[in-house]
Design a protein around this ligand. Sequence first.
Ligand code: HXC
Length: 515
Amino acid sequence: MSIKTKSTDLRRRMRDALQGGGTQAIEKQKATGKLTARERIIALLDPKSFHEYDLFVEHAGKDFDMDKKYLPGDGVVTGTGTINGYPVCIYAQDFTVAGGSLGFMHAKKITKIMDHAMKLKVPIIGINDSGGARIQEGVNSLAGYGDIFYRNTQASGVIPQISVILGPCAGGAVYSPALTDFVFVVDKISKMFITGPEVIKTVLGEEISMEELGGARVHAEITGNAHFFAESEQECFDQIKQLVSFIPWNNIKKADTFPKKNPKTRKYKIEEIIPSDPKTPYDVRDVIRAIVDDSEFFEIQELYAANIVIGFARLEGQTVGFVANQPMVLAGVLDVDSSDKAARFIRYCNAFNIPLCTLVDLPGYLPGIEQEHAGVIRHGAKVLYAYSEATVPKITLIMRKAYGGGYIAMCSHHLKADFVFAWPTAEIAVMGPEGAANIIFRKEINSAENPEEMRRQKIKEYKKKFANPYVAAAYGYIDAVIEPAETRIFLAHVLEISNNKTESPPHKKHGIPPF
Ligand code: HXC
């Protein structure tokens, strides 16, 4: 055969493989508002950067007449490309081929591209759209998942792992995304659950739709399994591109620096954001926007545990991970969910060399039977652990309340923050003035002629003594009391001088965090 004939043969083979599940299956896919696997990859990566591998891989199923079936690419597309010029490894399950179900060779393709990502030290992106373990391939499908989970775990903290749920992701399949760093979901398209509505009805007699059980909103708002929620696939791809611009390719590098930009100070006036009444809430995201470059804050898990805010921004061009109490929601308390949310993010930033900036305004951990029984002790401890363990530059700003355990947990000097600043509005105490006065002055209040008047007086006395940053500053627990308008200058300065920070934690295989 001549080269020309062989090339023609190659093109024919490629054409056959690239047709995926065929016209009918593709039409069905489109009718549900979904792109095909290759269209998704092309929409996400830089134009013309995608290079596909293992196009001619064939499935290994023998039973149930599978040996007579042709499954192009075995239902998954894998390759490499770039996003904003950064290299990435990627795979996308092709639902048009056997429902994107995961058989032995399908899994081999995924683990091969994951191994490449680890060797090349670049992010791995997985687009999930699958009916789960390929039933006809039995234990080999389960083995495939196990091989993926193992690699997810090995890659954790080494390269960024991004999961995009663009279709069903059922059964054990959900555990690969759950092991990765960032999970993206799209409204009405993403569905994640361990057991679907049918099984739930059979076993428990409960009826629920797929959307209500494990739709995008459920995971973005209730379970916290998803980190980013989008209205469309295109919006989701734009979010991924934005995320990738903030994070380094791997745990050896630092995130790229960008040209410095001033915040939009006309829109976000830092002195006017915090109300003078300490009980009036405000949106802490406006404080972040008033400080950071171009007032651009890329929020993560915006819809989940909104009493804490996490996300990336840049200060003088450098990526910073922000953790901030949100006084607008539950007064910014730490509870089970917000502790989990913050702790995981702190560990991400630490693993990937991203400095942490913590903004504090909280009355403490949330009291109550429900929280105690839900394990607020264990979950709350995750924040202490994550901050104490982190060796990246840690900068803290106390804006208003820093009471009790909340003061310690929100990256105080005692957990080895590098720099702690406070505004003059800061109140650092074991608890709020009302609660404290009621306890320590109980006798005086009860025996007073006018107990109410005495209570007011004692609260005032307590406030004067403790509701300020100066007692903590006198012990050196605050490095500088600064005016709000000086915040950006101070943060940018300490960030710059912390660039070469090194810290050597004690040698250990790994710690035992309160998972
Ligand atoms: C083999 C599968 C499949 C599977 C779907 N297909 N799931 N083939 N194994 N797991 C095939 C269908 O037979 C069909 O083939 C094609 O994919 C499209 O599926 P439809 O059902 O027609 O699509 P749709 O109506 O959109 O429904 C999608 C679905 C449904 C909700 C995902 O297919 C479904 O419920 N599938 C089973 C989900 C599941 O329970 N999976 C196993 C989970 S257990 P044809 O040839 O007709 O086009 C698991 C264990 C892993 O994953 C444990 C790891 C630790």
